[in-house]
Design a protein around this ligand. Structure first.
Ligand SMILES: NC(=O)c1ccc[n+]([C@@H]2O[C@H](COP(=O)([O-])OP(=O)(O)OC[C@H]3O[C@@H](n4cnc5c(N)ncnc54)[C@H](OP(=O)(O)O)[C@@H]3O)[C@@H](O)[C@H]2O)c1
Length: 275
């Protein structure tokens, strides 16, 4: 049995679909099983912050897809106890959704999780993903539907990756037993002017890029979401602004036999999101 955490989220839901298509037994670990209507064959209540949910979740499980929920930053308190529970329950392989550059930034939660996992005697797969294309259809959905995209990325490029490709790599890691650390990116790096041109070409309306200042971005984001998330998002776009998010990797093709999806294809597939 493969336990998928974050099973209602962007990547976890696609991992469940992929594993089901491969006829792998998959259990969705969710906070509200009564509302779960996804593809997993089995569902269990699981909350990182509630250790009483660990035992039933990890029962008869050999492998785990690990998603660190974005709202959880206290790794030692909220994630490590669950991982320790998984290991003592007999889990032998953990595939972790990490973030590109985690190995160079020991302070971010993903780096601390990688470090803990590397120190225990189990197989690990670290999928260090670039920025998801799906941020355009979720976080920025409304403003794009209204014809603008305002982020403080300057002319910087980002090697955006389709979360469906990340999910495909995760599923293959389980099925083929692939271990190691991999950088998952899209096929090219794009700047946000180009992102808007591609959106405008596909959608019935024009989408204009506004390269807003960092302080204005933080203030705008903080109106609609927690300040911590606004700061994290600012950090991500500032990284792009300074040319630090444009590295393209071939790991998807070489290790997972997965051609990275071009941004134009993602936009075509998701166009109903912005209608
Ligand atoms: N966005 C990007 O561009 C990007 C790029 C690289 C890496 N990442 C990393 O990817 C991860 C997020 O993945 P995602 O975008 O697929 O997730 P997501 O769509 O944001 O969904 C979060 C998931 O976490 C679950 N969750 C929230 N709190 C929980 C808790 N206390 N216990 C158990 N489950 C909980 C949610 O389930 P409920 O249904 O219960 O709410 C949901 O399934 C983050 O670690 C992020 O840093 C993101």
């Amino acid at each position: 049995m493969i336990l998928v955490t974050g099973a209602t989220g962007t990547v976890g839901s696609a991992v469940c679909e992929r594993l089901k298509a491969e006829s792998e037994p998959v259990r969705a670990a969710v906070r509200s099983p009564e509302h779960y209507d996804g593809p997993a064959t089995d569902v269990v209540r699981f909350d990182f912050t509630d250790p009483t949910t660990y035992r039933a979740a990890f029962k008869d499980v050999s492998a785990v897809f690990l998603v660190r929920p974005p709202a959880i930053s206290r790794v030692q308190r909220d994630i490590i106890p669950a991982l320790a529970g998984a290991v003592s329950a007999g889990v032998t392989h953990i595939v972790f959704l990490s973030v590109i550059g985690a190995e160079r930034n020991p302070l971010i939660p993903h780096a601390r999780i990688e470090s803990w996992l590397s120190a225990v005697e189990i197989s690990t797969t670290f999928l260090r993903a670039s920025f998801f294309m799906q941020n355009l259809s979720t976080t920025h959905r409304e403003e794009i539907a209204n014809g603008t995209l305002s982020v403080p990325a300057g002319a910087g490029k980002t090697s955006v990756v389709d979360a469906r490709d990340v999910a495909a790599a995760a599923a293959k890691s389980f099925v083929d037993g692939i271990t190691g650390a991999f950088d998952l990116t899209g096929p090219t790096a794009v700047d946000y002017e180009t992102v808007c041109e591609l959106l405008s070409a596909e959608l019935p309306h024009t989408v204009t890029y506004h390269n807003i200042s960092i302080p204005r971005f933080i203030i705008r984001q903080a109106r609609s979401q927690p300040i911590l998330k606004a700061i994290v998002m600012t950090g991500i776009y500032t990284t792009a602004r300074f040319g630090l998010a444009d590295r393209v990797s071939s790991d998807l093709q070489h290790h997972f036999d997965q051609e990275p999806t071009p941004l134009s294809t993602f936009i075509t597939d998701y166009q109903s999101a912005w209608s």
